[in-house]
Design a protein around this ligand. Structure first.
Ligand code: PLP
Length: 476
């Protein structure tokens, strides 16, 4: 039958794909980070109707090279410094490819014994590397958004309100539930509450201090206000490495409040978590070992290709109580086997552990620490140049590898915002770099997030030179 390849054709196609990727990764830094593409460009080049007749894979790969690659934003580029920079490292890419080949669906232990057990061991290795106690069990989800959603679902289950059975609608005896997170928490927490049917009003955005860290006094006061008004505090989210500035909420103070108030503590360390591999950075995480749940994304700063998010649960049984539902056709007689389908809403699961296992082994803890330390060093260097430059300022402290800065061009704050936006556009249009932005205290701020394996000091020096040059040009 046409469609699938013969073994010989498959081998040739995989060899070509391997060559293509090896060449691509070797030379990705020579391309502009952002493709010169406008919305709709690729759509215009793609046939509107699906192919009726089989096409040779060679021609499809040609189209990949001529149509898809030129419209791709290069996340593996050393000048990719936007959002949180990430890298699909070579060992991770090999793991991802092998997982595609096996095409395991690890819903049950029976359907993926290796996938299930490798996931358990790789997650536990990572737990140990992060310095967390053995009570935590980990499993892998696609994203931190889903990991945080699951954690908050378990937090609600722990309240004993029988939401699983009875839902929330039409139950006047259930008080409004409340979740607390810093005003700088990631929007995935808001989305989790939408998905849980608690509504956005259930999220209390707790004010942060001048260093963008959740203010524990304000948290305590908010909990007190809610109790006085008959609402039920349910959970608090502390972030280690917030999205805008990578600020660190005071987890130790938050954990005390959570313990005293009976709140679930979820720690969102989606970006910064890997820094806990380095003993000298552990102080940022003090107290997280007392959390109920923690999310760390190996697909952010641990060089595992997207997607791979580790959710660590102190009491995994609670997650099972929240989500496990076993219809007859999924029953097995494997006794105490861990079935990953019990840990969330999805049934089918990819073999994501393979790429994580390969990255952990191929880099070793030593190799991972060395990269993370180098990224933090580069960030400190950039921050020191910014601080020393008249007309520029650091917009936030730099605890990890992300630098927020602002050009003080003069004029009103709104005029300065507009010039910073122009500066960002000029830098991004030049080709070798891609930065993103945020707003801090209402003001437009540029962000350089260093997290790519290929980013070296020469790139950061070139970025800084470009930023100064373009600012001078815009000023003149
Ligand atoms: N939490 C934090 C602190 C983040 O910075 C992000 C994304 O940048 C997320 C959660 C969401 O990550 P994901 O894309 O894995 O859902």
């Amino acid at each position: 039958m046409p469609g699938d390849l013969t073994p010989a054709e498959f081998r040739a196609a995989m060899h070509r794909a391997a060559d293509l990727l090896a060449d691509y990764l070797e030379r990705v830094g020579e391309r502009p980070v952002l493709p010169p593409a406008a919305p709709g460009d690729l759509l215009r080049d793609l046939p509107k109707s699906p192919p009726e007749r089989p096409e040779p894979l060679g021609r499809i790969l040609d189209d990949f090279e001529s149509l898809v690659l030129p419209r791709t934003t290069h996340w593996n580029h050393p000048g990719f410094l936007a959002y949180f920079a990430i890298t699909g490292s070579a060992p991770g890419i090999v793991g991802e490819s092998l997982a595609a080949g096996l095409n395991v669906n690890a819903m049950l232990w029976r359907t993926g014994p290796a996938a299930t057990e490798l996931e358990e061991r790789a997650c536990d290795w990572l737990r140990q590397l992060l310095g967390l106690p053995a009570e935590f069990s980990g499993h892998i989800n696609d994203t931190a958004s889903v990991s945080s959603f699951l954690a908050l679902a378990a937090a609600r289950e722990r309240l004993g309100l029988e939401v699983r059975e009875r839902g929330l609608a039409g139950r006047p005896e259930v008080p409004p539930l409340r979740v607390y997170a810093s005003e700088h928490a990631h929007s995935s927490i808001d989305k989790a509450l939408i998905a849980l049917g608690l509504g956005l009003d259930s999220l209390v955005h707790v004010p942060a201090d001048p260093s963008f860290r959740l203010d524990p006094g304000a948290l305590q006061a908010a909990v007190g206000r809610d109790r006085a008004a008959g609402r039920r505090p349910m959970a608090v989210v502390a972030t280690v490495g917030t999205t805008s500035t990578t600020s660190v909420d005071p987890v130790e103070a938050v954990v005390e409040i959570a313990a005293a108030e009976g709140l679930w503590l979820h720690v969102d360390a989606a970006y910064a978590g890997p820094a806990a591999l380095c003993p000298e950075m552990r102080h940022h995480f003090a107290g997280w070992e007392r959390a109920d749940s923690i999310v760390v994304n190996p697909h952010k700063w641990l060089f595992v290709p997207v997607d791979c998010s580790l959710l660590l649960m102190r009491d995994e049984e609670l997650l099972r109580r929240t989500f496990s539902l076993v219809p007859e056709y999924l029953r097995t007689t494997d006794g105490a086997a861990r079935n990953l389908m019990d840990l969330g809403i999805q049934l089918g699961r990819r073999f994501r552990a393979l790429k994580l296992w390969m990255v952990l082994r191929a880099f070793g803890a030593e190799g991972l620490r060395a990269r993370i330390r180098e990224h933090c060093r580069l960030a400190r260097e950039l921050a020191s140049w910014i601080e020393a430059e008249p007309g520029f300022e650091l917009a936030a402290p730099v605890p990890f590898s992300t630098v927020c800065f602002r050009w003080r061009s003069g004029g009103s704050p709104d005029e300065e915002d507009a010039r910073n936006q122009s500066l960002l556009e000029e830098i991004n249009a030049a080709g070798p770099f891609f930065l993103s932005h945020t707003r801090l205290r209402g003001r437009f701020v540029l962000r350089a997030a260093i997290g790519n394996l290929r980013t070296e000091e020469t790139h950061i020096r070139a970025l800084w030179q470009l930023a100064r040059e373009r600012a001078a040009r815009l000023a003149g």
